[in-house]
Design a protein. Structure first.
Length: 384
C-alpha cells in the first residue's frame, strides 16, 4: 500500500518560504550557529574544530548517545540509535508492524505517526482528543474498547501536537498498565518533552516507564535546532536496536558528522537552551491570552498545558480554511487549519515558540479589525 501525500508537509512546502510570517510553526526560535558554538565546552569545541567530514557510526556518535541517555533514568547509550526524527518513525514501524496488525493512535496527530502503519497494511483506530468545558480530554475507556486481538502498538504523543495537551500522571500510569496487560508496544513521540512550563506536570518517558516502550525525541522542537536533523529512538528492549540498525542500512546508513557534534554541544547545554525556549513560550502565551480575550467573539482559546503549540477554534463567519486562506492572501501570515491533521471543527494550530509571534498576531488583529463580531465563547486563559 502506497504512502498517502503528507498534507501538513505539502502545505508547508507550498508556503513556508514565501510568506511574511509563520504563525503555525511547531518548533522554537532556531538557534544560530554562532549562538550554539559559543555554548561549547572546551572538549566539545575541540571536537568541532578538528572534525573530519567522513562517515559516522550508524548508531550515532558514542558521545552523542551518551548525552541522550542522560535524559532518561533507565536507558544506556547502547539502547539509543540516532536518526532523523521522521526516519526514526519509519524505521520503528517498518520493523515492528506487519500487514493486518492493529494500531491505536492518539488523534489528531502528525500524519506519519499513523500513515506509515496504514501503508504497511495495518488498520488504525484513532484515540480521539475531545474538547470539553475544562479543555482537551482523552477517554481511557474508549482506548480500552478499541483493543482487539490484533492490536500490536499504541502510538502516543505528549506533550501533544497540535493541542498542547498532556496526560496526568494517573492517566499515564493507566495507559502503561493497559499496554502491559495486553503486551503492546508503545511508540511515544516525545519531541516536545522538556517544554512543560511547570516541570511538576511532566510524566516519565515511556522508555523509562515501560519495558516495551519506545521513545522518539530529538533536537528539532525543544532544542530549537531543526536544521541539524538529529533525533533518536530509545528503548529498554535491546534486541530492537540491531533490527533498527539493519533497516537503517537502507535509509541514511549514518548521520551527518557536523550535526552530531553540534548535537553533543546542544545536549551539554540543555539547561540554557530549554530555559531560553520556555521564556519565549511563556511570553507568547501572555500575548495569546490578551489577543484571544479581546477577540473572544471570533475564537475559542484553549490554553496549552505544555509544549510549543496550541489549537484554538475559529468561531467567525465561514470555515477555518477560508479564514486561514484570507489571512495568507491579505497579510502574508501562514496558519495551519485543523483539517490538515484530519481533525474538523474549525480548529487551527498556532506556534508559540517564535520570537516574531507578536508581530504575526498583530497582522491577524489588523485583518480582523472592524469586521462584524460573531457569537462568542469565553477563552480558557492561562498564566503566562
Amino acid at each position: 500500500m502506497a504512502l498517502q501525500p503528507f498534507k501538513l508537509e505539502r502545505y508547508f512546502a507550498k508556503y513556508e518560504f514565501k510568506v511574511r510570517f509563520l504563525l503555525s510553526s511547531s518548533d522554537c526560535e532556531s538557534l544560530s550557529m554562532t549562538e550554539l558554538v559559543q555554548m561549547a565546552a572546551p572538549e566539545s569545541l575541540e571536537l568541532w574544530q578538528g572534525l573530519k567530514l567522513g562517515y559516522t557510526e550508524s548508531s550515532g556518535h558514542p558521545l552523542l548517545r551518551a548525552e541522550v541517555a542522560k535524559l532518561y533514568d533507565h536507558i544506556a547509550p547502547d539502547n539509543v540509535i540516532i536518526a532523523a526524527p521522521e526516519e526514526a518513525i519509519f524505521i520503528a514501524m517498518q520493523t515492528l508492524l506487519a500487514a493486518n496488525d492493529h494500531v491505536i493512535a492518539v488523534s489528531p496527530a502528525y500524519q506519519s505517526l499513523y500513515e506509515v502503519a496504514r501503508s504497511i497494511g495495518c488498520s488504525v483506530t484513532p484515540w480521539k482528543l475531545e474538547l470539553r468545558a475544562n479543555g482537551w480530554q482523552l477517554d481511557l475507556n474508549q482506548l480500552e474498547r478499541s483493543l482487539t486481538n490484533r492490536t500490536r502498538m499504541l502510538v502516543l504523543n505528549f506533550p501533544h501536537n497540535p493541542t498542547g495537551h498532556t496526560l496526568s500522571r494517573t492517566e499515564f500510569d493507566s495507559v502503561i498498565e493497559l499496554a502491559r496487560k495486553h503486551g503492546l508496544y508503545i511508540f511515544s513521540d516525545e519531541m516536545y518533552r522538556l517544554l512543560e512550563g511547570d516541570s511538576a506536570i511532566r510524566v516519565p518517558s515511556v522508555c523509562d516507564a515501560y519495558e516495551k516502550g519506545i521513545a522518539l525525541s530529538g533536537l528539532s522542537k525543544s532544542f530549537a535546532l531543526p536544521g541539524l536533523r538529529i533525533g533518536w529512538i530509545a528503548t529498554q528492549e535491546s534486541t530492537l536496536i540491531e533490527r533498527w540498525l539493519a533497516f537503517k542500512d537502507y535509509t541514511t546508513i549514518c548521520n551527518s558528522a557536523p550535526s552530531e557534534i553540534l548535537g553533543i554541544i546542544a545536549l551539554q547545554s540543555k539547561r540554557q537552551i530549554l530555559q531560553r525556549n520556555l521564556d519565549i513560550i511563556r511570553e507568547n502565551i501572555g500575548i495569546a491570552n490578551r489577543f484571544f480575550s479581546e477577540q473572544r467573539n471570533r475564537f475559542a482559546w484553549i490554553c496549552p498545558k505544555a509544549g510549543s503549540v496550541a489549537f484554538p477554534q475559529w468561531l467567525g463567519d465561514g470555515s477555518v480554511e477560508q479564514f486561514c486562506q484570507h489571512i495568507l492572501d491579505q497579510q502574508g501570515v501562514m496558519i495551519v487549519p485543523g483539517s490538515l491533521f484530519e481533525f474538523f471543527g474549525n480548529h487551527f494550530r498556532i506556534g508559540l515558540g517564535r520570537k516574531n509571534f507578536g508581530d504575526a498576531i498583530g497582522l491577524v488583529n489588523a485583518y480582523l479589525r472592524d469586521r462584524t463580531e460573531g457569537n462568542g465563547v469565553s477563552p480558557k486563559g492561562c498564566d503566562a
